[in-house]
Ligand binder design. Structure first.
Ligand code: PLP
Length: 465
């Protein structure tokens, strides 16, 4: 297998890869002029929790690729199940009265591992497509129920729900909205439950309620009969691992119930064990109606996503809805479904979610919080195998740096040179390592993180001086 697949992809020097990349390849979320000056980091292989670049350097992957390779790299079962499925049936659609065993089996498994209200799933190729599906399904639901005026979906500033037109509109990223005329009509945003950044003198519990009440204020402003749904990530991932205070989700849940709007929990990052529960909804006690999933669903080995649909929503769409005019060529791709089935089975058989909850998660969190004593770190927070460090100028006042993003980017680059992938969101450093980390891997991550923080502090004072 290795020899035949690699024969289509020649060996080249790092410099050659970088030159070809700069000549032809448009990357996601990238300033290409800056990239060409720095040169792409070419990752050629990976094993366990380690990446290897084209110069043979080993890098500990503190981000599970992009929040997805939860089982780590090099899992033979995942590769073999894809290989066998591709020989058996590499593709068929599920339009026109057709289906195939991997998609049906995956639907069954997902209903088994997700919270009890979910009885159905709609498959997509990604998290963004899942959120496009959410917008269409939510509006269709109200339409079928004879309330077509309920179209508005409320989301949050600094949320991330993907990069398609609807996904980017649901998201609350100002730089994304600034390009291409977004958000699309009927999507509005309220404040985020970001206590460290916006909580001021309030306790986290008080602030959580204040942030949640912004939902009620917005519903009343728009008119309750026009609001279709509220969408939120249980923990905002790309926004900087923003973990809401414990009071936030219960209050959101009450408000959604009070006005009869649908609740959507975007579980693309939190799903499949990241928090130590199977889903972030379970960690926070959220009972949602729709649940977009992707990323860890296949451990990133093949692209797949979906929307879990609660029984009360599914019944409306199925019993009264007739045709739902929506779907993708790759909805329920057989090989991707087979890999997702294998991923779920491995998570279960190896007790990986339990291990995140009771062993490796608590260990990582304990060690991560030790970093709070570092002069650069204003807060070290996290849950399970996800964490964030707030880099600040003044720990006492939580005051940040003059040029947001400068220190974060510096720290990220230093981490890489120390053999660690840690991502920067402005000046917040974030991690979401593979769920299969050992304690020794965690210790290595901490040593590299601390050394990188020390070097960042040193360089930052040189910059300031
Ligand atoms: C990554 C992400 C998405 C988008 O998923 P893609 O597969 O990149 O389209 C949506 N929601 C959340 C919470 C995400 O983190």
């Amino acid at each position: 297998m290795t020899a035949s697949s690699s024969s289509f992809i020649p060996s080249r020097s790092t410099a050659d890869w970088q030159a070809l990349d700069a000549a032809h390849y448009l990357h996601p979320f990238t300033d290409h002029a800056a990239l060409a000056r720095k040169g792409t980091r070419v990752i050629t292989r990976a094993e366990g929790v380690y990446l290897y670049d084209s110069d043979g350097r080993q890098i500990l992957d503190g981000m599970s690729g992009l929040w997805c390779v939860n089982l780590g790299y090099g899992r033979r079962e995942l590769a073999e199940v894809a290989y066998r499925q591709m020989l058996e049936l590499p593709y068929y659609n599920s339009f026109f009265q057709a289906a195939h065993p991997p998609a049906i089996e995956l639907a069954r498994l997902l209903v088994e591992v997700t919270p009890p209200q979910y009885t159905h799933v709609f498959f997509t190729g990604s998290g963004s497509e899942a959120n496009d599906t959410v917008v269409r399904a939510v509006r269709r639901y109200w339409d079928v129920l004879g309330q077509p005026q309920r179209t508005v979906i409320i989301s949050r500033k600094n949320a991330y729900h993907g990069s398609t037109m609807a996904g980017a509109s649901l998201g609350g990223m100002a730089p994304m909205h600034a390009q291409g005329g977004l958000p699309i009509p009927g999507i509005v945003h309220i404040r985020q439950p970001y206590w460290y950044g916006e909580g001021g003198d309030l306790s986290p519990e008080e602030f959580g309620k204040v942030a949640a009440r912004a939902l009620e204020e917005k519903i009343l402003e728009i008119g309750p009969d026009k609001v279709a749904a509220f969408i939120g990530e249980p923990i905002q991932g790309a926004g900087g691992v923003i973990i809401p205070p414990s009071t936030y989700w219960p209050e959101i849940q009450k408000i959604a119930q009070r006005y009869g709007i649908l609740l959507v929990a975007d579980e693309v990052i939190c799903g499949f064990g990241r928090t130590g529960e199977w889903f972030g909804s379970q960690y926070f006690g959220i009972e949602a109606d729709l649940m977009p999933i992707a990323k860890g669903m296949s451990s990133g080995y093949l692209p797949i996503g979906g929307v879990m649909v609660a029984d009360r929503v599914a019944r409306v769409l199925i019993e009264k809805g007739g045709d739902f005019n929506h779907g993708f060529t790759y909805s329920g791709h057989p090989a991707a479904c087979a890999v997702a089935c294998a991923t779920i089975n491995i998570l279960r058989n190896e007790g990986i979610v339990d291990r995140v909850r009771s062993d490796i998660g608590p260990y990582l969190q304990q060690r991560w919080r030790e970093l709070a004593d570092h002069p650069l770190v204003g807060e070290a927070r996290g849950v399970g195998l996800i964490g964030a460090l707030e880099l600040v100028k003044d720990k006492a006042t939580r005051q940040g740096f003059a040029d947001p993003g400068e220190i974060g980017t510096l720290c990220r680059d230093i981490c890489i040179s120390n053999g660690l992938v840690m991502r920067a969101v402005r000046d917040t450093m974030i991690i979401a390592p593979p769920l299969v980390m050992t304690r020794a891997n965690v210790d290595e991550l901490m040593d590299k993180a601390r050394r990188s923080l020390d070097e960042t502090l040193q360089k930052a004072s040189q910059l300031a001086g």
